[in-house]
Design a protein around this ligand. Sequence first.
Ligand code: BES
Ligand code: MN
Ligand code: ZN
Length: 497
Amino acid sequence: MKVEFLAFPKAFSGNVAAFVAADKQLLATAQSINTDAGGTVARAIDASRFTGAKGQSLTVLGTAGTIARLTLLGVGKNRELDARGAEALGGILAAEANAAGQKAVTVAVDPVKGSKLTPGQIAARIALGAQLRNYRFEKYKTKDKPEQKNSLEQITVFVAGPAEARRAHGQLEPTVDAVFFARDLVSEPANVLYPAEFARRARELTKLGVKVEILGEAEMKKLGMNVLLGVGQGSERESQLLVMRWMNGPKSQKPVALIGKGVCFDTGGISLKPAGGMEDMKWDMGGAGAVTGAMRLLAGRKARANVVGVCALVENMPDGNAQRPGDVVKSMSGQTVEVINTDAEGRLILCDAMWYAQEKFKPQAMVELSTLTGAIIVALGHERAGLFSNNTQLSNKLRAAGAGIGEKLWRLPLGSKYDKMIDSEIADMRNVTNSRDASSITAAQFLQRFVQEGVAWAHLDIAGMAWSSKGDSTTPKGATAYGVRLLDTWIADNYEK
Ligand code: BES
Ligand code: MN
Ligand code: ZN
């Protein structure tokens, strides 16, 4: 989508959006259009539930002169409009435009009293929000039905000081590309996006200066990553370990490691999942998608930090060579695992990926993202990802980063009693307990057994967040790319100073 920032014009025409503050206070542009239109705008507001509360919108058709559609955007009370709120307004505007089949919209950013943001910053965030919302995975639609495509092609933002807005937007723009890249990965069906194809797409990051290395099964075998390999052994597709390096920080800075679960399809293996809804398991690589998207964003904006991304890419299938329940496998760490349930495969691939990352890169902190348990959806729904960590400072920083950009987290406990639940009779541990109790926590406990001394570690269970059946202000239905902005913001806030 084309984005432009311009100074205010003498008159408005076409599709215009303008601000209204709480209690129906028309800001300058809405006010002047209302005057030109003999009070039509105020009457339309009175005939609706629209009050100007933050995030509300109301579209009035054919208000005055050459204005086709006037979309009123609620900015709320004094000081209420923050960056995320402005992004949401942009998203709402894009959705309205697409619903109406409009190709171009303009929005007038009048100064918002009390907002901590300058008009230029508000303008930049509105554009970003519109761009993020204006995504659609339509490559497999072959019929030219306009309603199946997004119509919106251009947003023009009027603001006093367009140069500042352009600068602010320039800093945000790599986000769009990275989020779309991650959403594409997550949206692809598993016949197209299998481990080697995922790795091939990640290789494109080389162009941005990311060092990309891909390990195949033979190399992983040599390293002793048998627990990861066990998951992929029932698949025709080769398992891959994707290793990405963005080392643009000070030489003395130990890297942070980002780890992603990349199960390109999860049938459950021999512990086969029921048929209903199994198609959702194409997005069981959402953690790896987020990590790869985050690497793309860090490189896209040339982050001054040292970051490595490690993604375990496998397909979990049942066949004659598949792993059996009861099999015992030895991990790269030397610890042995009794595989009771082949559907608890995420932790199996992650334990070797985490160990590899720690051995190879000696990270100061390690954040792992995975669509790990259905139980986290029972607990938190689709509002927050589960956060598990051995470090309160790291937890708080991740939470703060997520809060600012609308990717929320909720911390859950770890503890020795939970840890005991995964002890095995014949190996060092089993991959599931023998009940459903606390199963998101016991999954995290399993992972924690592979965290080395002195490493600040966090596990984000994003099973409820990687895919949205409803969508929200800046995310259409489908793949969300949850985690891309969270990781990027966390690194920007903590490792680039
Ligand atoms: N990928 C699933 C978890 C999942 C479920 C993600 C629903 C998104 C939506 C994971 O591999 C899995 O199958 N977990 C099992 C664990 C169980 C066997 C202990 C689960 O959650 O049921
Ligand atoms: Mn599974
Ligand atoms: Zn899975």
